[in-house]
Design a protein around this ligand. Structure first.
Ligand SMILES: [Fe+2]
Length: 335
């Protein structure tokens, strides 16, 4: 079969269509290799070497996204190969590792794509530092602001905004959509929101007037623990800035700064979009320019619930070296 890989823009989403991969390309993803959980570093190196052989269109699109990003700050790879027999593997009930999943095609998709954007890292406090994290609904967390919630909207956030070493990119691979196919991964880029903000509000958002709470998953059950870091919400280039934002955890330190933060919340509510991920879809999110969330959905806890795998990517491993053990990817910063 011929390679018919295409890149296109649909509903403002830049899409790389992987459904026409030829046999040799499929083999790159499907051929067995090192165990990602036991021989992690070997697995990552193997995936990076395999990624060198991906079709040129895919490598080119990922390179452009890595260097220049795009207006939405997201890139969707559609229809990547999936684990053989995935249909019969139940969604993990407590979002920990899946004992029934004994092949690593989804992990390979994440590592191969991630290797073109930077380096995979994890955080000690999240899923025991696994580089490939299962996201699935958990009954006890239905209404909490965490990835295992379901019946509430997951509010817009930059991933680990409170952390000194946040990921530059976030990767979400869909193994199984929700039963009703209503769950949308929502996103809003600062490029879209900025024009809706007044000059005055922009000026305030560029100043270090904002404090952020520590995530529930990092050991702050009531989201009550505030980080002592005071941050600007916007930073970088004035007309094309980066964004520190968390709808749930961020607080302003003055009334004027609060008004600007509220204006940003409204702007995001106006410009956000959503994408429904299907099995084999991998969504790359530029964590510096685009905040993300999720719409609500109704889980059934029957082993067929929505199941994503997530990985974090940094451009520069050296920044977090002080908080990592030699040869390891787990960032161990304490809070
Ligand atoms: Fe998130």
């Amino acid at each position: 079969m011929q390679n018919t890989i295409q890149t296109s823009v649909k509903n403002d989403v830049q899409v790389i269509d992987c459904r026409g991969f030829d046999e040799a390309t499929m083999h790159l993803f499907l051929a067995p290799g090192p165990n990602p959980y036991r021989d992690t570093e070997e697995f990552l190196f193997d995936c990076e070497m395999r990624a060198d052989e991906m079709p040129r269109f895919v490598r080119r699109a990922l390179l452009e996204f890595q260097v220049h990003s795009n207006a939405e700050g997201i890139l969707l790879l559609k229809g990547l190969p999936i684990d053989p027999g995935l249909y019969y593997v139940p969604t993990p009930a407590d979002a920990s590792r899946s004992p029934e999943k004994r092949t690593y095609v989804s992990e390979r998709c994440l590592a191969m794509v991630g290797s073109r954007l930077g380096h995979l890292v994890s955080y000690l406090q999240e899923k025991n530092g696994d580089l490939f994290q299962n996201l699935a609904p958990v009954r006890e967390n239905e209404t909490v602001q965490v990835s295992s919630s379901s019946k509430v909207r997951l509010q817009f956030h930059r991933e680990t905004v409170f952390h000194p070493y946040p990921p530059d990119f976030l990767l979400l691979f869909c193994l199984r959509p929700d039963h009703d196919r209503v769950a949308e991964t929502t996103y809003a880029s600062i490029a879209r929101a900025l024009p809706l903000l007044s000059e005055e509000h922009q000026n305030l958002l560029f100043q270090p007037l904002y404090r952020t709470g520590i995530d529930y998953s990092f050991g702050s059950p009531q989201s009550g623990k505030l980080s002592d870091r005071v941050l600007p919400v916007l930073y970088g280039r004035r007309n094309d800035p980066f964004l520190n934002y968390d709808e749930d955890l961020m607080e302003a330190t003055t009334p004027e700064a609060t008004a600007a933060l509220n204006a940003l919340q409204e702007a995001i509510a106006q410009v956000y979009r959503g994408v429904k991920l299907d099995t084999g879809d991998l969504l790359c999110i530029d964590n510096r320019r685009t905040v993300h969330g999720r719409s609500s959905f109704v889980p059934r806890y029957d082993g067929r619930d929505r199941w994503l795998q997530r990985s974090f990517v940094v451009r520069d491993l050296g920044l977090s070296a002080v908080d990592r053990l030699p040869g390891e990817r787990i960032i161990r910063t304490q809070f």
